[in-house]
Design a protein around this ligand. Structure first.
Ligand SMILES: [Zn+2]
Length: 348
């Protein structure tokens, strides 16, 4: 009862209308709310139940991953895959010479991205109900990790999966360079959309800031699938490269359509809503992408090593580390703007 009263006081402190105050159920982390009991900017499309307190403490957020909230499986569907990719990386480090073999360094960069992107997402899903500022910051974190992961994919594609027809072209020479610029720009644009009013333009910029780099990064693989040389057509990785696009397309459709909760309100609030399915589809796509890259790495070694494109660690892991550091600074700068922004939106 005392705990309940404290929750209600917190709501007052955060200037949330008293009409939101009434609880529907209780979990380890405290009361769980329905959509009408939390502020509008915390609403998820077509999700009715399972909301956490919009001013949860860090401890409540951590405990909530064991409650039945609408975020619980968003956490687990990215936290467990992050552990899986870390386990794969550990296995690879026992069979490959990451320390001395330059041929393995682009793979190391890729695996680093594969571990941190779902981990950052799981962290963001856990702590995004601590405050309005924290919610925006968690999105920044998500955008930053996605930008690093996509660059890791580009480095691995250029290293192991690039179509032979492109290797000695302007595109082949500048593929990673342009993707690096795309990564740095995409996080700036996506973070900026957090400060924009809801509009078609905002949606276009937010989706485009990751959609366009994704299309650019995928061009070499799409080309290889459509116009492969006889040797490339025979590579075992072709199938997994094709399937990763099917998963990526499915993920995009789920994200955009909010299926199935759009048609069955309240049925999928806790289990099976579109964001969880979007996570699963994107992880299955990443697993296929990783397997395809590993296949290409082994099967094309003789061909690639003659004119190895990544002789130094700084060409792959170094580039990824630099982009990560710049992303941290970018997120820091956007975070500085948050306090004033949240204050101004509350007063307006
Ligand atoms: Zn997510």
């Amino acid at each position: 009862m005392i705990k309940c009263r404290r929750d209600i006081i917190n709501f007052h402190k955060s200037q949330v209308s008293t009409t939101y105050i009434s609880m529907s159920s209780r979990g380890l982390s405290g009361p769980i709310y329905t959509v009408h009991q939390v502020p509008e900017h915390f609403h998820e499309h077509f999700i009715i139940r399972g909301y956490r307190h919009p001013n949860s403490t860090a401890k409540q957020c951590l405990l909530s991953v064991f409650d039945a909230t609408n975020e619980t499986l968003n956490f687990w569907t990215h936290f467990l895959p992050s552990c899986y990719f870390l386990w794969v990386l550990k296995g690879l480090s026992e069979t490959l010479d990451f320390k001395n073999d330059p041929y393995t360094w682009p793979l190391l960069a890729y695996m680093f991205g594969a571990v941190i992107f779902p981990l950052a997402s799981a962290t963001a899903h856990t702590f995004n109900t601590m405050s309005d500022e924290m919610r925006h910051f968690c999105f920044f974190l998500d955008y930053g990790a996605l930008s690093v992961f996509s660059l890791g994919g580009v480095i691995a594609y250029r290293a192991y999966s690039f179509p032979s027809a492109f290797v000695d072209t302007w595109f082949g020479h500048n593929f990673v360079r342009i993707a690096t610029i795309n990564s740095l720009v995409s996080i700036i644009f996506s973070c900026q959309t957090r400060f924009m009013k809801l509009s078609f333009f905002r949606t276009f910029i937010r989706l485009g800031s990751f959609g366009f780099p994704y299309l650019y990064n995928s061009l070499p693989i799409m080309y290889r699938l459509m116009f492969c040389s006889p040797e490339e057509c025979a590579l075992p990785s072709q199938y997994q490269h094709a399937r990763q696009f099917i998963f990526a397309f499915s993920a995009a459709v789920l994200f955009a359509t909010h299926f199935p909760e759009r048609f069955y309100p309240a049925k999928f609030d806790i289990f099976g809503h579109s964001h969880q399915l979007f996570h699963v589809a994107s992880i299955l796509g990443t697993m296929d992408q990783m397997q395809a890259i590993l296949h290409d790495m082994v099967d094309r070694r003789a061909l690639l090593q003659d004119s190895w494109w990544f002789p130094s660690l700084s060409d792959s892991v170094g580039v990824l580390g630099a982009v990560m550091a710049i992303n941290v600074i970018t997120i820091g700068l956007f975070s500085l703007r948050l306090r004033n922004f949240v204050k101004s939106t509350k007063s307006s």
